[in-house]
Write a protein that binds this ligand. Structure first.
Ligand code: HAM
Length: 435
């Protein structure tokens, strides 16, 4: 045998036992997002490298060390998207979507970051992303936060997550705050770790985000951004908090929440859980008022967020003691006997699928004795077996055998079986067996 080829580290297969959880999330997106007027946009996985450098920022972890960048056959530098905001804004500018109008957009799909894989952190992962373009807020910021709360609630994870929120102020106020921080940390250089020293002159705000317990006391004493906000940003932030208070949403103002991408200004927020270890951020986002102009569009205010789908699936799977059933078949069809039985079985199965919308029918393929087919029927999780043997073929009938109750089996004429099933209670619960 040849050696086995394994998947690339950090790039996961999503197996059939897990897909019902993904479908559940996707179904929630499709119900909740249109309720707020968001429309789906589908974007390429590959973009020019320049796009991410200019938007996420040259001195961020993502751009410095995590991007899958390569030269394509034309000699152009291209990158697998590490996030969706940059591509979404690029597309909005390119297609005139924000020309004299606002847009509420969402996208879903794979993102790629060459991070060190661990639970909840992968090299290929999936996001639901939402971007509201052309609105200054704070009403739209509030709508985004409330929508993210509703998404988590509808998915079934509201009780596991806490909302943290902060304001980074305008670009100008951030730059004067940055100076203060550099002065403060420079005065305490001996207490900084190597990572923080490296960031001191490139991205000092990110030092505030450090999880190193040894420097926490230093961070506690650092000047607070909230005390150095410009008055406009202060008003904007208070406006947002009033909306959230009106809605009865619980939040924690976290003055050290800074986010790892450079394009944010004013509002930033994260939904975090304490149930996934170090990778506890389920949803993260904020306002990015300069990004559109940075990417060549007219100055356009904007805000958005992204949810990490793997993390929601991990929480859902941890919460459920029983795995989700997925789309269990309603019926397993046993076709035991000569070839003519199998051919008739195929015909009946096709007729039923055509005539009974929503029916999930698993036809036995690959032969097997009556006994082994009945075992497969049982293992399939189906409610009913339909049994076709040589006697039934001769009589024009088919046997209906309940698999999950003590009810008696009965013979039904083949031409009546569609009507019989359409009336049967296995359909009364709608999508029975889905998550
Ligand atoms: P982000 O914080 O980089 O923001 O990612 C958003 C979410 O994606 C994270 O909170 C996490 O749930 C998930 N995530 C990130 N990296 C990984 C990974 N390696 N493995 C698994 N999940 C991951 C953004 O990407 C921004 N584009 C969000 C945004 C949209 N801001 C405004 N609009």
């Amino acid at each position: 045998m040849s050696a086995k080829i394994r998947a690339i580290r950090g790039m996961n297969d999503i197996l059939p036992e897990q897909t019902p959880y993904w479908h559940h999330l996707e179904q929630v997106w499709r119900e909740v997002l249109p309720a707020y007027g968001y429309r789906e946009i589908r974007l390429p996985l590959l973009e020019k490298t320049e796009l991410f450098k200019r938007s996420i920022g040259e001195v961020t972890d993502i751009v410095e060390k995590e991007m899958y960048t390569f030269t394509d056959r034309n000699g152009d530098s291209v990158t697998l998207r590490p996030e969706g905001t940059a591509g979404c804004v690029r597309a909005a500018i390119e297609h005139g979507l924000i020309h004299n109008q606002t847009q509420r957009l969402w996208y879903q799909g794979a993102m790629f970051r060459h991070e060190r894989p661990q639970k909840g952190r992968y090299r290929q992962f999936h996001q639901l992303g939402v971007e509201a373009l052309g609105m200054e807020g704070p009403d739209i910021d509030a709508e985004l936060v409330l929508m993210s709360a509703r998404l988590l609630e509808r998915v079934g994870l509201a009780e596991y997550s806490v909302l943290q929120i902060n304001s980074l102020g305008s670009a100008a106020s951030r730059s004067s705050y940055r100076k203060l921080l550099v002065e403060y940390f420079s005065d305490h250089l001996d207490q900084l770790d190597e990572d923080s020293k490296r960031r001191l002159h490139t991205n000092p705000l990110r030092i505030l985000d450090s999880k190193n317990p040894q420097i926490q006391p230093l961070l506690e004493q650092a000047p607070r951004m909230s005390e150095h906000l410009d008055p406009e940003s202060q008003r904007h932030f208070q406006g947002l908090l009033s909306y959230l208070d009106d809605a009865g949403v619980n939040y924690q103002v976290n003055p050290r929440l800074v986010r790892g991408l450079d394009y944010y200004s004013r509002t930033v927020f994260e939904w975090v859980t304490d149930r996934l270890g170090a990778q506890g951020t389920l949803c993260a986002g904020g306002r990015f008022d300069s990004l559109v102009s940075q990417l060549g569009g007219r100055p356009t205010p904007a805000a958005g967020f992204a949810i990490g789908m793997e993390r929601l699936v991990a929480l859902l799977m941890e919460r459920d003691s029983e795995p989700a059933n997925g789309a269990r078949p309603h019926i397993y069809m046993v076709v035991a006997g000569v070839e003519r039985v199998e051919r008739r079985g195929m015909q009946i199965a096709e007729r039923l699928r055509a005539g009974v919308p929503g029916l999930r029918l698993l036809l036995n393929c690959g032969g097997g004795s009556f006994k082994s087919q009945m075992r497969r029927a049982d293992r399939s999780g189906a409610e009913l077996a339909l049994i076709l043997g040589e006697d039934e073929l001769a009589q024009g009938s088919i046997i209906v055998k309940p698999l999950r109750s003590a009810a008696q089996q009965l013979a039904v004429a083949q031409e009546d079986i569609g009507d019989y099933l359409a009336r049967h209670e296995i359909f009364s619960g709608g999508e029975s067996g889905s998550h």
